[in-house]
Design a protein around this ligand. Structure first.
Ligand SMILES: C[S@@+](CC[C@H](N)C(=O)[O-])C[C@H]1O[C@@H](n2cnc3c(N)ncnc32)[C@H](O)[C@@H]1O
Length: 245
């Protein structure tokens, strides 16, 4: 989607909005980033860590700081996001590269060495179910033995009660951040009016295709991975991981 909108629907306007408002819209964002970093086993020097759909590079730069002897490859489909990620990574002093890709393509899923860790935050839901299962298979193939996949993403609710609960929890999370950052709830109103709460109307935007948590764990297992686990879940945002034996 270089310099243009994805055929699936994520646009450069969405990227700019997410850069501006992600601090409000992502519940417990700092905890999410810390959790993802914390479940990656200690890497060897020059190990490769890949952030899939890195956005503005918050997670990639946290990884670069924590694993400063590794190489961080930050991938995204948006040039606005990659530019922001590059500026952030530059300040870490770590070795890094960025590259543009479409998550739905498979051409980017080959690397110059076995990968120590794949991470992805709030993006795999841009693939449908078979697309996610295929991604997990390709990533499992590219992992080094002992390497991990760590994914944070929206997951599908199984019934109306679950949907309603996560809608409320997500609003609560945005309210908490808006109040803490600005002292008012204006950003919660914007979040609602601009349609960012997936659980209030799951059919609204075809770009969003979350799958159930259970089936994603099964796809990780079917990809040949082990130690499949869930480390954190809030407002439909789940962090799961799996290791290559
Ligand atoms: C909700 S943002 C999350 C960004 C970042 N990972 C974070 O957690 O802050 C979704 C990201 O996925 C990227 N994206 C959306 N569709 C994509 C596609 N088809 N191929 C590659 N990247 C895509 C967007 O550019 C954006 O950076």
């Amino acid at each position: 989607m270089a310099d243009s909108d994805t055929k699936e629907g994520w646009s450069e306007d969405d990227s700019r909005h997410f850069i501006d408002y992600g601090a409000y819209f992502v519940p417990e964002r700092e905890t999410q980033v810390d959790t993802i970093c914390s479940v990656i086993p200690s890497p060897q020097e020059n190990a490769l860590i890949v952030d899939i759909c890195c956005g503005e590079g918050l997670l990639a730069s946290a990884l670069a700081r924590r694993f400063s002897k590794c190489h961080i490859l930050a991938l995204d489909g948006s040039s606005a996001m990659l530019e922001a990620a590059g500026k952030r990574l530059d300040k870490t002093g770590a070795s890094w590269t960025t590259s543009i890709m479409d998550i739905a393509d498979s051409g980017w899923r080959q690397f110059d060495r076995p990968v120590h860790a794949f991470v992805s935050s709030l993006a795999v839901h841009h693939l449908d179910g078979p697309g996610k299962a295929g991604l997990f298979r390709d990533l499992a193939t590219a992992l080094a033995p002992g390497g991990v996949i760590v994914i944070c993403d929206l997951v599908e609710a199984r019934n109306q009660e679950g949907l309603t609960l996560w809608e409320r929890h997500w609003d609560d999370g945005v309210r908490e951040r808006a109040t803490r950052l600005d002292g008012n709830e204006d950003m919660l109103h914007f979040f609602r009016e601009d349609g960012w709460n997936y659980y209030s109307d799951p059919e609204a935007d075809p770009v969003d295709m979350p799958s159930g948590l259970f089936e994603q764990l099964k796809w990780l297992e079917e990809a040949g991975l082990v130690d499949i686990d869930v480390h954190w879940l809030l407002a439909g945002h789940a962090i799961m991981s799996a290791r290559k034996p």
